[in-house]
Design a protein around this ligand. Sequence first.
Ligand SMILES: C[S@@+](CC[C@H](N)C(=O)[O-])C[C@H]1O[C@@H](n2cnc3c(N)ncnc32)[C@H](O)[C@@H]1O
Length: 246
Amino acid sequence: MSDSADTRPDPAADAPTGYRTEPVSFTRRGGRLNDRQQRSWDLLADTMVLDVTRQGPSTSVDPDVRFDAAATFGREAPLVVEIGSGRGEVLVHAATQAPGTDFLGLEVYKPGVAQTLIGIRHGELTNVRLAIVNAPEALTTMLPEGSVDELWVHFPDPWHKKRHHKRRLVTPAFAELAGRVLRPGGTWRLATDWAEYAEQMAEVVAGSPDFEGGRSERWDGRVLTRFEAKGIAAGREIHDLTAVRV
Ligand SMILES: C[S@@+](CC[C@H](N)C(=O)[O-])C[C@H]1O[C@@H](n2cnc3c(N)ncnc32)[C@H](O)[C@@H]1O
């Protein structure tokens, strides 16, 4: 993942020209790590952060890359994938609670990945891997069809201005990708602090032939993250959704 240290703006993030034909759901932010993050990065990145072959920008995925969970973790176990795992609070908590399950976090923000490595190090966790990738690309080709037991999308960037809605992650096209990677009976969990995005998510789930579900209670495993706490402090209501792959 050596190229992810690049802190220059990613041209593909704004202009869907060249390698990417779709707008991405993120903008590249500074990639500088603090000392603790750097220490955990130096110790663990080689084993815990997947070395993904790129096809273009530093968060892209070569379509020939395949994630082999059994080879990566050295065992057959249920697989949970979190998209936009941020600082890894939920991922690390879940991996600690469920040592018999394997977890993969897809995140484009290197300091978030490094922060997650701190949690992995403290917990001495062996059942977590991370990949610095644009998640829709990973769901299109990198993750095998029907290979995922649970898919989590917690607080995707809301892109609240109307002219930016096209950057939102949760769309009908994304639901197709979620349906592709989840096994039948697998669970897709979503959360947002943006009421109108929650409405969009509910419509996406309702309109997908691959899923049954909709708005739901918060589930125990979704521990409070720094991002959610900020939303609550700002007075925003939290919306949860759960859908099952039919
Ligand atoms: C608002 S934060 C929420 C983080 C975390 N899920 C939480 O609840 O605290 C959204 C995260 O998604 C990541 N992200 C956005 N688009 C992404 C994409 N296409 N692929 C991977 N990660 C993405 C961002 O870098 C950011 O860390």
